[in-house]
Design a protein around this ligand. Structure first.
Ligand SMILES: [Zn+2]
Length: 291
């Protein structure tokens, strides 16, 4: 009995030693890293899925998670400027991978400005994860970092990333076909965060309700949006809330919808990212077609 118990403890211990402690910033990135780690281990998630990435206050347990991490994988300071200092001061022993600073993909500049330039972001759009062609590149960088800190499992990380990148390319083709009815339709997007999705799937933006940092729009801007009569679909997202869309479409034939690029209602794990993109596409098609 006692010997069996000791063996059980040893087995557990050797398994937990095998997996590096990896911290991710938000649910879609947690999903990408989960897919690359496979059954080797699971990353932890800093932001609760329903949190607003643009304004979040770290809890004491978050500080502990940062100081315990061996590897931190995050989108970057352009999306979450508040996270840069805690990583620098609390995660002194960790390797960090800032995905927006990686190579092999094209950054897109912010194009929509609603007359207010004083937002928290840089000139580049930080919401880059919503193009599967971008994340197909990112998972290669994720696998390389994991292989660096955990060489024993390097082959598995690389194989998982390669398979998953193929899935992401397939997802892009599937969603492009599904979104074909929405191509060229006039859409008002919730905040200036969907450019990578628009570019990937030939979607059109006539305006955004809020700016890139999801600050509340002013009354003059809402009045302008209300004057548009050529719009097929007006979308809200959890970051700006659903209080603007009904006002904007009042008296028009436009439909409304709720889109979520963080996948707050999607179960966490290796399928989270693909399910989040699929749900985004479903929302756009339903909003544009009215079904
Ligand atoms: Zn945003």
């Amino acid at each position: 009995m006692r010997l069996a118990a000791i063996f059980a403890v040893l087995t557990c211990a050797s398994q937990s030693v095998a997996a590096p402690s990896v911290l991710t910033d938000m649910a879609p990135i947690h999903g990408l890293v989960s897919a690359v780690m496979g059954d080797i281990g699971a990353p932890t998630l800093l932001l609760p899925p329903s949190a607003d990435a643009h304004s979040y206050a770290l809890r004491p347990s978050d500080a502990r998670a940062l100081s315990d991490a061996e590897l931190i994988i995050w989108v970057g300071h352009d999306l979450t400027p508040w996270l840069a200092d805690p990583i620098a001061t609390l995660a002194t022993g960790a390797t960090t991978l800032e995905l927006l600073e990686t190579t092999g993909w094209d950054r897109r500049e912010l194009t929509h400005h609603d007359g207010e330039d004083d937002h928290d972001h840089g000139d580049y759009d930080p919401h880059a994860w919503i193009d599967p062609a971008v994340t197909a590149v990112w998972v290669g960088h994720i696998a390389n970092q994991l292989a660096d800190i955990d060489p024993a499992n390097a082959d598995s990380y690389q194989a998982n990333a390669k398979n998953y990148a193929t899935e992401l390319e397939q997802l892009r083709d599937t969603l492009k076909a599904q979104l074909a009815p929405a191509a060229g339709q006039s859409i008002i997007w919730p905040h200036d965060a969907y450019g990578y999705f628009e570019d990937a799937f030939d979607l059109m933006s006539v305006a955004t309700i809020a700016d890139a940092a999801a600050n509340s729009p002013g009354p003059a801007h809402i009045a302008q949006l209300r004057e548009r009569t050529d719009v097929a679909c007006v979308l809200a997202d959890p970051e700006i809330g659903d209080r603007w869309t009904a006002v904007i479409v009042e008296g028009t034939s436009a439909n409304t919808g709720m889109i979520d690029l963080m996948g707050a209602n999607i179960p966490l794990g290796a399928d989270h990212y693909i399910n989040t993109l699929q749900a985004m596409a479903d929302t756009v098609v339903a909003c544009v077609t009215g079904r």
